[in-house]
Design a protein around this ligand. Structure first.
Ligand SMILES: [Zn+2]
Length: 150
């Protein structure tokens, strides 16, 4: 949908304003969008460090962010609940009630499109997020700032 959540998000990094993410990247299918200030800053820090690590621009791609209870039920229908051996947590930090602290992400080189390995992305995410999981079969990394949740 053109225009919906088409808003650049700005945060301060090393005393300088940076802006590499749009609100629309954090929306669910219905357009509910939410991101915690600490999570936006963590994402910019991860992007900066990956760029320094590779010596070229790296794009951080949000694959999933805020979820409603209905979103979670749909996911659990596919992947199962963690307490039943699946991979969807009933108290997922993606739930809107946590304030936009969680993201699923991937990263790639801007120039070549080559993917950043999951474990490399996970390692850098651990510097700036409270909790990171980087062993999903599809290659994404989950990161959240659960200590910032109110
Ligand atoms: Zn996740």
């Amino acid at each position: 949908m053109t225009g919906r959540n088409d808003i650049l998000l700005i945060t301060m990094l090393d005393g300088v304003p940076v802006s590499h993410f749009k609100l629309s990247e954090f929306e669910n299918a219905e357009g509910l969008a939410m991101v915690h200030a600490e999570t936006l800053r963590s994402l910019e820090e991860v992007r900066r460090d990956l760029g320094a690590f590779y010596g070229e621009t790296v794009q951080v791609i949000i694959t999933d962010a805020v979820r409603t209870r209905a979103d979670l039920e749909r996911l659990a229908a596919c992947y199962g609940w963690t307490d039943e051996g699946g991979r969807v947590a009933r108290q997922s930090r993606h739930l809107a009630g946590f304030g936009g602290i969680a993201v699923d992400l991937k990263a790639r080189m801007a120039r070549t499109g080559k993917a950043v390995p999951q474990k490399t992305l996970g390692m850098v995410c651990r510097r700036y997020f409270d909790w990171v999981k980087d062993d999903y079969a599809d290659g994404h990394v989950h990161a959240d700032n659960r200590n910032a949740a109110r």
